[in-house]
Each structure stands twice: as structure tokens, then as C-alpha cells.
Write a protein that binds this ligand. Structure first.
Ligand code: SF4
Length: 61
């Protein structure tokens, strides 16, 4: 189902703006949107806006 697993989500784990938190209930954080969430922030962005996150910034390899 598209809502459960939207295709083409940016990979937050590879994004410079992604952070882990110390909160077990909300372990994921996006520094751009100020989101703390249970699942990756890009999914929350998609569910809230219907669009994929436009500010993915890949970490240098
Ligand atoms: S900027 Fe987008 S891709 Fe990067 S952590 Fe935030 S939601 Fe994920």
C-alpha cells in the first residue's frame, strides 16, 4: 500500500540532516524539519505533504 511504504523515499540514513535521538519512542530526527519520529523522517514528510522530501543532502562517502 502506498501509504504504508511510499516508493522512492529518500534514504534519511544517508542524509546529512538525519540524526538519532536518545528517545526510544522517537529515535529518528530530521534537523531540517524538526521532526522526531518512530519511522524515518522522510516517511513522515510524505504522509504529511503527499510529496517526497525535497532537501535530501547525501553524506560524503
Ligand atoms: S532532509 Fe529529508 S531526507 Fe534528510 S533527514 Fe530530513 S526528511 Fe530525511
Amino acid at each position: 500500500m502506498e501509504r504504508d511504504k511510499p516508493q522512492g523515499l529518500p534514504d534519511c540514513l544517508k542524509c546529512l540532516h538525519y540524526k538519532l535521538t536518545w528517545e526510544p519512542a522517537y529515535p529518528h530526527c530530521c534537523g531540517v524539519f524538526g521532526i522526531k519520529s518512530q519511522t524515518i523522517p522522510a516517511r513522515e514528510v510524505f504522509l504529511a505533504t503527499g510529496r517526497h522530501c525535497p532537501v535530501f543532502h547525501g553524506k560524503p562517502s
